[in-house]
Design a protein around this ligand. Structure first.
Ligand SMILES: [Fe+2]
Length: 226
């Protein structure tokens, strides 16, 4: 994915959090994120590593992965997670993990997306958390969400409209497609967003999850894209 981003000559990488928590390379991922000076925010898995109350809300598989991740993380990476904020604004984009109302809210519908749009301080809100790539578009006068454009391909952003975008998930897509997902925002003109999917050696990643002793379900789900 980083090679693809390099080819596309992106100026900056931004992340909506939960960069660790389910897979076998948490330190490598965090080292990379820090090296790339990525703008990132704190997801619920990042928070659960630091907050036992949040960890209690996790299912047994996620909790087991969390304990393992906690046991291998370097102090430097733990400190980095501690330094993250719940939301960040960059130009006309605001980042939130779940929604602007709650980092733990899953946005699956236009109605839920609209609640965040109402309080968004800028034109584009980018969220994560559901692991579903999606683009919600809101009319300028009414604020109504008329359509949901999903999954893959380019979406031209129109003047006056507001958007809520989920870029999908690199490490654990859940829309039935195992390929890594990310989005590229082009600021040219009134802007466009392209949702990308990318093949990678998923079996190698699955094997590695088993090798470090994480629950097999976390390996198997990768191939199912769930
Ligand atoms: Fe999350």
């Amino acid at each position: 994915m980083l090679a693809r981003i390099d080819n596309l000559r992106c100026d900056r990488i931004i992340s909506t959090g939960d960069v660790i928590g389910y897979a076998a390379h948490p330190n490598e991922v965090l080292d990379l994120i820090r090296d790339l000076s990525t703008v990132t925010i704190r997801g619920n898995h990042d928070l659960a590593l630091l907050d036992p109350v949040e960890a209690e809300t996790f299912n047994e598989f996620a909790r087991e992965a969390l304990f393992w991740t906690r046991s291998v993380l370097t102090q430097e990476n733990l400190n980095f997670l501690r330094s993250l904020r719940d939301q960040e604004q960059i130009d006309d984009i605001i980042l939130a993990h779940g929604s602007l109302l709650d980092p733990d809210e899953y946005i699956y519908s236009p109605f839920q997306a609209a609640r965040s749009r109402e309080i968004a301080p800028c034109r584009i809100t980018v969220v994560g958390h559901t692991h579903y790539p999606e683009v919600y578009r809101f009319e300028p006068s009414t604020g109504l969400c008329r359509d949901i454009l999903v999954s893959e391909g380019e979406v031209k952003l129109e003047e006056g409209y507001r958007y809520l975008i989920n870029a999908g998930s690199v490490g654990q897509p859940r829309d039935g497609d195992w390929r890594a997902g990310f989005a590229v925002y082009d600021t040219e003109g009134s802007g466009s967003v392209e949702l990308h999917r990318l093949d990678y050696d998923v079996h190698r990643t699955m094997d590695r999850i088993m090798e470090v002793g994480l629950p097999s379900m976390l390996s198997e789900r990768l191939l199912e894209g769930r």
